[in-house]
Ligand binder design. Sequence first.
Ligand code: AMP
Length: 461
Amino acid sequence: MSGFSAFDLLPPILTAIQEAGYSDPTPIQTQAIPPLRLGRDLLGIAQTGTGKTAAFALPILDRLARRRVKAGPKQTRALILTPTRELAAQIDTSFATYGRRLKMTRAVIYGGVGQFTQVRNMGPGVDILTATPGRLLDLMNQGHVKLDRLEIFVLDEADRMLDMGFINDIRRVISHLPVERQTLLFSATMPDEIAHLAQGLLSDPLRIEATPPATTVERVEQKVLFVEKGDKRAVLANLLSQEDLTRALVFTRTKHGADKVVVDLNKRSIEAEAIHGGKSQGARERALGRFRSGDARVLVATDIAARGIDVSDISHVINFDLPNEPESYVHRIGRTARAGREGIAVSLCDITEVGLLRAIEKTIRIPIPVDTDHPHHAQAVAEIRESSHQPAMPGRSNPRAAASRPPREFRNTAARPRQSQNRSEARSDPHAAPAPSRPAPRTDAKPAARPFRNKTRRTSP
Ligand code: AMP
């Protein structure tokens, strides 16, 4: 029995959920589905990645299917307003997926394409319409869409609508809705204007907040130690002597560097193995076997060799050298904190690597805390990092190019608040006003496990 069974949704919906491969509801689904099924209004502070689409689509399908009435010509029973055509298409696909065993009619309306098919689809009326505001208003003004018999209204990504200059279009659409209806408003943030809009729009709403699951970058405890190049081996030996370090993966930039580190550690009576492309398959497997069994607590690897390593319970990832590619940093630290566990990543940064550090921080959009509390702290390196001024994480520039420039300081070291959306989606509606600048979206630097992240879906609306 799936975790959705408790919601008392219609059997064809439960079957479709199962077929979609969902076994348990996400937190927002658990909170939202029961009250929405009963017709409550909802204010959802949630962004994409939380499973919010199913949180509203499932109860909407359930409600519409339980009270079967035919929509009148050009009418829709449910309207989902969303800022971009990509989102509109995605939401429509979700309704198609969850409603595939119900006979529901759907239409999608957005700008940037001819209106002929959209007008034709709306002719007989539909159960569910997903639309962007500009084109919807156009078609309403031309008399092709009517909303006076609407039962359920969803305003999705309200803060982004505001950013994109849709607020007046939204107000116009709302003025055509019947008073008697169920209303849901979703927004990642709650600027005053949206709070005000919500107040007038919703009636005794349930308020729910949800954030997407943490990314690898957020789950791993990270720190950087500024050191002289010549002190790195001593610092490493020091780190490896810590009690809480049960299994460490140490990264070097080169094969030669990996071998040298292992020789040095062995000299210090620390059992360590190296794994890199210069070793035979047999030697690599032996090294990995000793690391897995715990005979060697330390495995020293290059980025490429580390790719195939799947060893659980790595308590520490240590970057003996910082990677040239900022993305590799995320791959590296993802070796710890596997399967939702916490892990620790320590980076050793010498004077030649400050630019690389800056590029990494720019990529992950989080400043890495500096640990000065060790005997080899190199103040000179710290000062280089502090010595020049550049606003933290400015827009997207090439981090690799940045790595080759002289290091500059981060003026703003506070971690950025979570942001809602991918800007790339934002400009797809031709009715959109120029988007004012917003804080940069967070980068869930690539390999992070995102169980509920949006996939790019193709659809034929
Ligand atoms: P959303 O936040 O609605 O954009 O959903 C993000 C992704 O999570 C989509 O790819 C959904 O297919 C997926 N998803 C939604 N609910 C669940 C669930 N209960 N179990 C697994 N995946 C889900």
